[in-house]
Design a protein. Structure first.
Length: 191
């Protein structure tokens, strides 16, 4: 499930060995200490799994876990388009405020239900934007050492032509990215 070599054997050490090498192609190079991990959560069925991976990677470390959720710019623009036809009080600003509050509460519920022991080291961050751009921007502003996100394996024609958000983060992230995947959804089919 994890793309980093023997991460379970390294828990508590603060170091992960990269089996694929660094930018120079050197294998087995020790990566920097992990002090902050960002888990990208979209409130889909994959959210809990993504948080579990972030918790697993940081188990035994004094690392902070930033839970990032992005309000998609596409949704904001849709509200902007229809807001003149809606009753007063539903402006773009109101939509963003309500969406932020609802998402923050939903994430808190997930933490309280499944990760109560980890709650003190988790922080929720909500951004507005194009998801992959907001994630890449948050990597820089939050100064994270590792990103965890779910790669759902779903694609459509637009995704094929333009690439998924996960793919764009994998390609452009300045820090390592861990793909959280469900064994059930990605098991090999026997023919």
């Amino acid at each position: 499930m994890m793309l980093l070599q023997d991460a379970n054997n390294l828990q508590g050490t603060g170091h992960i060995i990269c089996p694929y090498g660094n930018d120079l192609g050197v294998k087995g190079v020790e990566m920097t200490d992990i002090g902050k991990v960002m888990a990208c959560v979209d409130l889909s069925d994959y959210t809990r799994m993504t948080i579990e991976e972030a918790v697993t990677v940081t188990r035994g470390l004094p690392a902070e876990i930033v839970l990032l959720n992005v309000i998609n710019n596409r949704d904001v623009e849709a509200v902007r388009t229809v807001s003149p036809y809606l009753p007063e009080g539903l402006s773009v600003e109101t939509y963003i405020e309500r969406a932020s509050t609802e998402r923050r509460e939903h994430i808190k519920e997930i933490i309280d239900q499944f990760f109560p022991a980890e709650k003190p080291r988790m922080r929720i961050v909500i951004h507005v934007g194009i998801p992959y751009e907001a994630i890449l921007r948050a990597i820089e502003t939050e100064k994270v050492d590792l990103v965890v996100l779910a790669s759902k394996g779903k694609s459509n024609l637009i995704g094929t032509l333009h690439g998924s958000n996960a793919e764009k983060v994998f390609r452009h992230s300045p820090v390592p990215v861990l793909s959280a995947r469900s064994r059930e959804n990605f098991s090999r089919k026997r023919f």
